[in-house]
Design a protein. Sequence first.
Length: 258
Amino acid sequence: MSTTRHPIIFCGAGPGDPDLITVKGMRALQSADLVLYAGSLVPEAVLTWAPETARRISSAGMNLDQIVAAMADAFLDGQQVVRLHTGDPSLYGAIREQMVMLEKKKIPYRVIPGVTAAFAAAAALGIEYTVPEKTQTLILTRMAGRTPVPESENLASLARHGASLVIYLSTGLIESVSGILSDAYDPEAPCALAYRVSHPEEKIVRTQVGKLATEARDAGINRLAVIMVGPALAQPSAEETLRSKLYDEKFAHGYRPH
């Protein structure tokens, strides 16, 4: 058993394109002895950053105890462990429960953030979630399903804000999502469905809220997609585009006084 110890690294793999991992994440993979990755979501293309000698274990069929045991055993053996999560690990990554168990074992860890699907989808659509004078708020959420959400955060309540809204892990409930969003935004409000964004099989569907379920069905999308709605999805003409104060020649600030 080695006396050298390396903190466990929780790393965001990004949305799928191996080039969208951070440089810090790429370097962590390059130094890995064990990559324990969320195999149901992280594409194997991201694993190409790891050396050929690194062990690769998919956690798709493992439970929490097995995952932590695999990390702990490798840690005690002096190996560098990279726990690779899809997107950014802080969002629907279930990392806190792993951290708690590592803390009980007095095993150190650190986290490297990643690009989440909401931002990869915005890039693919060429949109800005924060639209001047329309919305300055982005809400990331999910529908209640087998995994509940607090009642105060139910989708209908959040949608009533009229802000930019990205809904994760809810494509299987898209009929319900469409109905809730129709009440809050309007059945003709623009929305989009981004399936496996940044993957080679990426599909982007622009549609209206009331047609969301039909369009998803026609495109064969029933999982692994984010649903986007809000003012950012509108496509105004160049003349209608609202400008920010940031670059307004009449708006003074510390770097551009009158």
